[in-house]
Each structure stands twice: as structure tokens, then as C-alpha cells.
Write a protein that binds this ligand. Structure first.
Ligand code: CDP
Length: 234
């Protein structure tokens, strides 16, 4: 039996491994993977580079004037087989992952016109289905009709530890306390913003992966996919 082509939405808190999980599933089942957080990060990088931040205060009016100048695309890196983020034609994949962008991104992601622009782009990317997208509002706003919705969580301490390991492996110098603070602060802003706040969709499956290995998590996700795509007998 050939599988039903579906949309898979993976939402959850900062640094809980959504993208690792989403990427691996997409690779296994031959779906497109879209990291919606990378798009918010690219807009945040644009704001930083254009001097639109004074401390944590974003000049929203200036951003509104520039919003149509911001072009975000994903290009597949033929060597790694992974999509990389481009901002106005420049590869920013590395720049958007550092702490400077992590510190500012949630302020940018709280702005209504930024969300409207990125949500429209994300919806266009999913029109043909066969897509795994991760973020904060994918199951609630971007694809409310997604056939499979996952809401991922883990304790803030576990999430901070994982993010520190990931950043240090990339050669970035970060402290555990700084990352833990950032993870908590982003969660707070993401959950309390007025526009499309982070929340679990009523029909999303909740997974706390604090004590799961990557293999256990991937296995669980594959089971959910097989069930919803009609590959397993009900
Ligand atoms: O990878 P991590 O969970 O740390 O974050 P991310 O997915 O790269 O997202 C970075 C930030 O973008 C989040 O903290 C949110 O403020 C924002 N975001 C959002 O508002 N909506 C999305 N669909 C995805 C990300």
C-alpha cells in the first residue's frame, strides 16, 4: 500500500531537539524539511545588522519600512544534503545559530507583520504536502489541519545542556548559565506574546523527551508517522 502524503507539524519549547527529530524523520521518509525558526532567526540577524536594536528594544517602525527588502530562502547543500538558510542571497546558516541571534530572535518573532509574512511563506511551502516543519505555531496557525502534530518538551535544564553541547561542538564559547537563561527567556516571550503564542494544539501528541535517547525518540515518531500515513494496520 502506498503511504498517504501528509503534513507533519512539530512544535515545542526552545532547544528541545525539534529540528534534530524533524530532520531525521524527513530524511527517512523522503519529505521536505523546513526549519521555521531559521526564518525568524534570519529576520533577527537582518535587524541586528541594520542596527534596528537598541539593547532589547527593536525599532518596529523601521523594520516595517524594510520588511519587503527581506528575502529568505533555503538552498540544499549538496555535500551535507541539508538545507541552509539564505538571507538576501547570502548564506547565513552559521550566523543565525549563535547566541547574538538567540538573544534577540523572540522579540522579532513577537511582531505581527513579521509573523504574517513568514507564515504565508511557510504555508506556500506546504501546499503540496510531503513536508515536516518545526517551530512554535505550526500545528496551531501555519498548518492547523496537519495530519500529524507533535508537541515536544523537556526540562529547561536538559534543554540547556543539549544546546551548550551543540554550540561547543561547533566551536562557540558559551556558558551553561547563559544558555539556560536564554532558553527560559525565549520560552517566556514565546508563550506570552499576543500574536500566535507558543501553545500545544488540542490535537497534538505530547512528547516529553527529557529521558529518551535519540533512537527511542525517532522510533516513537516513526510509529506515529506510519499510523497516520496508513502504513500500519489500525
Ligand atoms: O532551535 P530552537 O528551539 O532553539 O529555536 P528555533 O526553532 O530556531 O526558533 C527561534 C525562535 O524563533 C523561537 O524562540 C521563537 O521566538 C521564534 N519562532 C517562532 O516564533 N515561531 C516559529 N514557528 C518558529 C520559531
Amino acid at each position: 500500500m502506498s503511504p498517504r502524503k501528509i503534513v507533519i507539524a512539530i512544535d515545542g519549547y526552545a532547544s528541545c531537539g525539534k529540528s534534530t527529530m524533524a530532520k531525521e524523520l524527513a530524511r527517512k521518509i523522503g519529505y521536505i524539511y523546513i526549519d521555521s525558526g531559521a526564518m525568524y532567526r534570519a529576520v533577527a540577524l537582518y535587524c541586528i545588522e541594520q542596527g534596528l536594536f537598541e539593547g532589547n528594544r527593536l525599532d518596529v517602525e523601521a523594520l516595517q519600512r524594510h520588511i519587503d527588502d527581506i528575502d529568505i530562502t533555503f538552498v540544499l547543500n549538496p555535500e551535507t544534503g541539508r538545507p541552509e538558510t539564505f538571507l538576501n542571497g547570502r548564506n547565513v546558516e552559521r550566523d543565525i545559530r549563535g547566541m547574538a541571534v538567540s538573544d534577540k530572535v523572540s522579540y522579532v518573532a513577537a511582531v505581527g507583520f513579521v509573523r504574517r509574512k513568514l507564515v504565508a511563506l511557510q504555508q506556500a511551502m506546504g501546499r503540496e504536502k510531503g513536508i515536516v516543519m518545526d517551530g512554535r505555531d505550526i500545528g496551531t496557525v501555519v498548518f492547523p489541519d496537519a495530519e500529524l502534530k507533535i508537541f515536544l518538551t523537556a526540562s529547561p535544564e536538559v534543554r540547556a545542556r543539549r544546546r551548550v553541547d551543540e554550540l561547543r561542538a561547533k566551536g562557540q564559547k558559551v556558558s551553561y548559565d547563559e544558555v539556560l537563561h536564554n532558553v527560559r527567556e525565549r520560552d517566556r516571550i514565546d508563550e506570552t506574546r499576543e500574536v500566535d503564542p507558543l501553545r500545544k494544539a488540542d490535537d497534538a501528541l505530547l512528547l516529553d523527551n527529557s529521558t529518551l535517547t535519540l533512537e527511542q525518540q525517532d522510533q516513537w515518531l516513526m510509529q506515529q508517522y506510519r499510523r497516520v500515513a496508513g502504513l500500519d494496520p489500525q
